[in-house]
Every structure is written in C-alpha cells, then in structure tokens.
Design a protein around this ligand. Structure first.
Ligand SMILES: Cc1ncc(COP(=O)(O)O)c(C=O)c1O
Ligand SMILES: [Zn+2]
Length: 407
C-alpha cells in the first residue's frame, strides 16, 4: 500500500495511488501526488539527505514510495549548478547560476521524472509504457523502459524532432511511431491509445513523473544552501515549472527552507499560449493550432499542464514571457562561448528570457538568480551547425592557417 494519494487540483477529490488515472474521473482536471509531509521530521530528513550523494533518490522520503526493493535508476540528478561569472558580469548580475540539467543520463531533465515513473509502472505491473514527445521524453522513456525490460512505444511528430533525440529513442529499442501532425496531435493520440490499448502513459500528465522532476528544486536549495530569489525556466507543456514549484514549496513545508523563489516561465514567441495568458491577465490559455520555434522541445501549442503551471507561476509572484528564436540562439551561443556549456535551444530559452527581463527592468540585478538549462546541446546538432560559424576549408599547410587567420 502506498502512503501517498493522488488528488485533483480542482475539486480536491482524492484517489488511491495504486490505481491509474491521468485526470480526475469526477471533473477531468489534472492530478497531483500528495505526500503525508506533516508526519516528517525536519532534522531526520536533513540527516538522511546529507548521508547520500546529490541525486533524485537522495530525497526518497519526499518521493512516492516504490514497492520494489529498489527503484529503476541510473543515478539521475546531481547535476551541476554552474556559477556564471562571465555572463553575470556582462549583464550586471552578481549572483547568476545555471542548473545544467542536460547533464542527466540521457541528456535532459526528463530522466528525473522517468526514474520515478518507470519504477511506479513496474509497481503497477503494466505491460508497456508510452509517450508522445517533442524528443527528450521519448529518448528518456526508451532508455528507462529498456533498463526495466518493459515494452515502450513513443509517438513523435514526423520529421520534426531533433536528430540526437530521435537517434536515442531508436537506439534504446523503443517502437517509434511517427505521425503526420505536431506534438499536440501526438499527445491526443497517446491518451486515446492508453485507454484502448492499455498502455501506461509517461508524459507529464502522469503525476508521478513530476515527483521526480521536483527534486531539481531540492538540489538547488542544497547546492546554494538556501533557495534562490528567482528561478527562470523554459516552459513547454508546463510540467517542469509546476514540478519545481511543488519542490520548493514542499522543502519549505517540511522546514528545510524558509522561502520560495519567484518563478519566471519562458516560452518561444511562436509557441507561447501561457505567456499570452499572463499578458492578457487571464488564468486560462487559448491553444495555438500551429506552434513554431527553433526550440523544438517547447514547440507546443496546447500545453497539457497549463493550469498547474499558471497557478504555480502566479502563486510564486513571477510571470511568463516569450522570447524570439533569434534571442534563443543568441543566448545559446553566449552560454556556450562564455560559460562552457552546450545547451539545446529550448534549454537556452531561460537565459534569453533572463536577458529580456533584465533589459526591460522587470528583474532586480541584485537578486540571486538560477536559470534552468533543461537539455544538452548535442541533442540538436542540426540547429547548432546551422547557427554557428562554418569550418574554414584550408589546405594542410601553415600558409593555409595564416590565410584563414589573416596573419
Ligand atoms: C529541453 C526541454 N526544455 C524544456 C521543456 C519543457 O518542459 P515542460 O514541457 O515540462 O514545460 C522540454 C520538454 O520537452 C524539453 O525537452
Ligand atoms: Zn476533480
């Protein structure tokens, strides 16, 4: 028997976490995992966490209980919180950090969620798992399904996911189904397939995924010694931003931190239903039918978790804005050239957003700021090559080098 329950974010009805739901059977709204946090003692938690290496499962007392002896894990999490002195100096921010979650086993933050999600799938004794994906979810799910020896089906928009991600899903042995249409179409199809074909869906509508992802917030608190003032994070489906907020608020509830950061959710201009809702001052989105951006990971027009993330960002006192593809690529280059980190375009959206927020005077430069870089740059070599200086073709001579360097 699990100690946690799943609860509807709208009507508050609670359900057993030993049953499979992706939405509230009573009102069709999103579900979240509720842990018995008041039973936990702050000092014992601190001692337990400090006895383990930085990782998702370091925080196991704050995660759903896994019935098996041990979770399906590749030691995800424990990613670097990189202090960005050069970028900070350039933009006049004294305390700027990037949480490089592209350093997870398959190169994105999704692994944090999959270790919990796949372990739960085995507890539930499901035969096969499935997801719709802009790329990273399929790469991660395929890897963890292989590790767990369980069937895996991924549905992707044909010809529209980055090469690195596609190659991962294929190499890890998933059945890859490419549909005509975009991510939102793939998402609708996988939900339908879950009912008719009895597949366990591990998209971020599965509340167990987000439990794993919230550990990035715990790690940041522990890496800094206390929470940052500001968290800037890319937003696609809205699961990760909601997961961070859950993490920060739970750390505070159990007495391990005193504050929570303001969350700034960054979208790409061509796929920005959540940023637009904030612009309009409304609590609901208007879906976009044909989303477009170079940041393929966040090319999403109808975000499944919009309600959770709008509430999370609002409750934190932050907001959501959008940035152009040019700003995203510019930020990606700056992070690579000045801070040594190769992040994928969606991952660079947070820094692009930060720059925009600073320049428009909406953020104080004296705050302690963490930007989340969600995915590794090697995921999308096509975009990197297209947007960088081309190699200079020379003959194999010193003269060739001199000519290229104009010396
Ligand atoms: C690299 C990267 N960044 C950001 C996101 C957006 O996260 P979410 O959909 O949880 O908002 C994704 C989702 O696929 C991603 O792969
Ligand atoms: Zn409900």
């Amino acid at each position: 028997m699990s100690r946690e329950v799943i609860k509807c974010i709208e009507c508050g009805k609670e359900y057993s976490s030993d049953e499979i739901f992706y939405a509230c059977p009573a009102c069709n709204n999103l579900l979240e995992v509720i842990l018995p946090l008041s039973d936990l003692d702050r000092d014992s938690l601190r001692t337990a966490f400090d006895s383990r290496p930085l990782s998702v499962w370091r925080y196991r007392e704050l995660l759903p209980r896994i019935g098996r002896q041990s979770p399906i894990t590749m030691n995800e999490g424990g990613t670097p919180l990189h202090s960005c002195s050069r970028l900070g100096e350039r933009f006049g921010v004294g305390n700027l950090f990037i949480k490089f979650d592209g350093m997870n086993p398959t190169g994105s933050f999704k692994d944090r969620g999959m270790t919990v999600g796949i372990s739960k799938a085995l507890d539930l004794k499901v035969k096969a798992v499935a997801c719709a994906s802009t790329g990273n979810t399929s790469a991660s799910l395929a890897a963890y399904a292989g590790l767990a020896n369980i069937g895996c089906i991924v549905i992707i928009p044909s010809g529209r996911i980055a090469l690195g991600k596609l190659s991962q899903a294929m190499m890890h042995g998933a059945t890859v189904l490419a549909i005509e249409g975009n991510f939102d179409d793939a998402m609708a199809l996988v939900m339908k397939a879950s009912e008719e074909l009895n597949l366990y869906v591990l998209n971020s509508v599965n509340p167990f995924r987000l439990e794993g992802q919230k550990t990035a917030a715990f790690e940041i608190c522990d890496q800094l010694g206390s929470p940052p003032d500001i968290l800037v994070i890319p937003v696609g489906n809205g699961g990760n931003s909601a997961a961070y907020w859950k993490g920060f608020t739970e750390f505070k509830k159990v007495g391990l931190s005193e504050d929570c950061p303001k969350i700034y959710g960054i979208q790409a201009v061509g796929a920005a239903p959540i940023a637009k809702a904030f612009e309009r001052g409304e609590e609901r989105i208007e879906p976009i039918s044909d989303p477009e951006t170079v940041a393929t990971a966040i090319r999403i027009g109808n975000p499944a978790n919009w309600k959770k993330t709008i509430r999370a960002i609002d409750a934190s006192g932050g907001t959501s804005i959008s940035v152009s593809d040019e700003e995203i690529i510019e930020a990606q280059k700056m992070i690579a050239e000045m801070e040594g980190m190769f992040v994928e375009p969606a991952g660079a959206a947070s820094i692009a957003g930060l720059i925009r927020l600073l320049e428009s005077g909406r953020l104080d430069r004296d705050r302690r700021i963490v930007c989340v870089a969600t995915g590794h740059g090697l995921k999308d070599p096509d975009s990197a090559i297209k947007n960088s200086k081309k190699p200079i073709e020379i003959g194999p001579t010193i003269e060739g080098i001199r000519a290229a360097l104009h010396i």
